[in-house]
Design a protein around this ligand. Structure first.
Ligand SMILES: *Cc1c(COP(=O)(O)O)cnc(C)c1O
Length: 387
């Protein structure tokens, strides 16, 4: 590098700001149990790649003019997810996204391109980003009621589709809702389509967290391509864990071929939503599968369930109505006092809160949370008693 191009070293004041920021993150990491992002990963072996302007622009299955890419590794990760989700080999296509939201946008995009007059149906418990995606894509949509446990209300879905029978349904199904970890009844949904003789339909699954749980349990709810999906989105920074958001989106290739455009500038097919894409996150995911392995993830998930059951029992012991769905690591309980929510970074919605027992959440941390919840509620009771 020419000397006039060289950056100057960071000032002492700036260096201190970074040190303070790092100290804050280390401190807060000790009480990080409310969001579904695993903190157990170590990608140091890949850091040398961060010294190059790598970029996975374009379709991972098509060569491009931009050679500083990791498409070969990206495809290996996609193949693993193809097996985990049982996508038919002849239909297989996918790419590594920036996270669950992008994969959901992609699925709805494919559905709308297939059926421009389609209507998207999604439950009240659907992730908050979906209503924004629907606005971006300007697609007709109808929100369906949820059952109290968080699954889509099939009666409401049936009646609503019946009224709009002339328009192809694009079903946005939840495989693990954000707040309650509920899995929509895909068998029931397909039964409705059959009963109403709907022959043109599209089903996308949002499996942000559970898409990396259900492949590793003995008795999964129907959730993958065998249950009739057309596309699926799974987050990478949740159960696998990554310091940079990422995810995978898989879709049947015939739908992708409809939207593909050939671009001379990058010498490849523009089949993805974003242009430039991370080339390091595919390596993170590949490295995780190579070092943790499928058996390792199975063990991790079993551990997560054990800690989840422990949390249900301990929160129940202090009277906080705790429960979880089968095959879910999301433990729902009565909304605690604001200081507990803030300290433990808990996600809340109306009367409920949840902890998510990701692999880094230990029984000891649950004990500390439960002690805080008990202490705060006894203080609140005491205050009421004095008033
Ligand atoms: C986290 C989550 C999302 C969004 O995923 P990002 O990776 O944060 O974009 C979407 N749906 C569900 C159910 C989620 O839990």
């Amino acid at each position: 590098m020419d000397d006039i191009l060289r950056p100057s070293p960071l000032s002492a004041a700036d260096k201190k700001r970074l040190d303070d920021l790092y100290a804050m993150i280390e401190r807060e990491a000790a009480t990080f149990i409310g969001y579904p992002c695993s903190a157990i990963f170590d990608y140091r072996a890949l850091y040398p790649f961060l010294s190059h302007p790598i970029n996975n622009v374009g379709d991972p299955f098509v060569p491009s003019n931009f050679h500083l890419n990791t498409h070969v590794f990206e495809r290996e990760v996609l193949e693993i997810f193809g097996e985990l989700t049982h996508i038919p080999a002849d239909a297989f296509w996918g790419y590594i996204t920036n996270g669950g939201t992008e994969g959901n946008m992609y699925g709805i995009f494919l559905g709308r391109e297939l059926f421009p007059d389609g209507v998207v149906y999604y439950s009240e418990d659907t992730h908050y980003s979906v209503s924004k995606i629907l606005r971006c894509l300007h697609v007709r949509n109808i929100m369906i009621k949820s059952q109290p446990d968080g699954r889509i209300d099939l009666e409401d879905l049936r009646e609503t589709i019946r009224i709009h029978r002339d328009l192809p349904p694009i079903i946005f199904a939840n495989v693990g809702t954000t707040m309650r970890g509920a899995v929509d009844d895909l068998v029931g949904i397909r039964q409705i389509l059959d009963d109403l003789a709907v022959h043109r339909s599209y089903i996308h699954a949002d499996a942000a967290l559970s898409g990396m749980i259900l492949p590793f349990v003995d008795d999964p709810q129907p959730w993958d391509f065998r249950a009739g999906l057309d596309s699926i989105s799974i987050s990478g920074h949740k159960m696998i864990g990554s310091p940079m958001p990422c995810g995978v989106c898989l879709a049947k290739k015939v739908y992708v071929d409809r939207i593909a455009r050939s671009i001379e500038y990058v010498g490849t097919l523009d089949t993805t939503i974003l242009g430039s894409r991370s080339a390091i996150t595919p390596l993170f995911l590949w490295y995780a599968f190579r070092t943790v392995g499928l058996e390792g993830f199975r063990r991790r998930i079993k551990y997560c369930f054990e800690v989840a059951d422990y949390a249900v029992a301990e929160l129940g012991r202090i009277g906080r109505n705790a429960w979880r769905h089968a095959n879910s690591v999301t433990v729902v309980f009565d909304r605690p006092a604001p200081e507990v929510i803030s300290k433990w970074q808990l996600a809340v919605q109306n009367a409920i809160a949840h902890v998510i027992t990701m692999p880094h959440v230990t029984r000891e941390r649950i004990d500390c949370l439960v002690a805080d919840v008990a202490r705060a509620s006894s203080v609140a009771l005491g205050a009421k008693g004095n008033a």
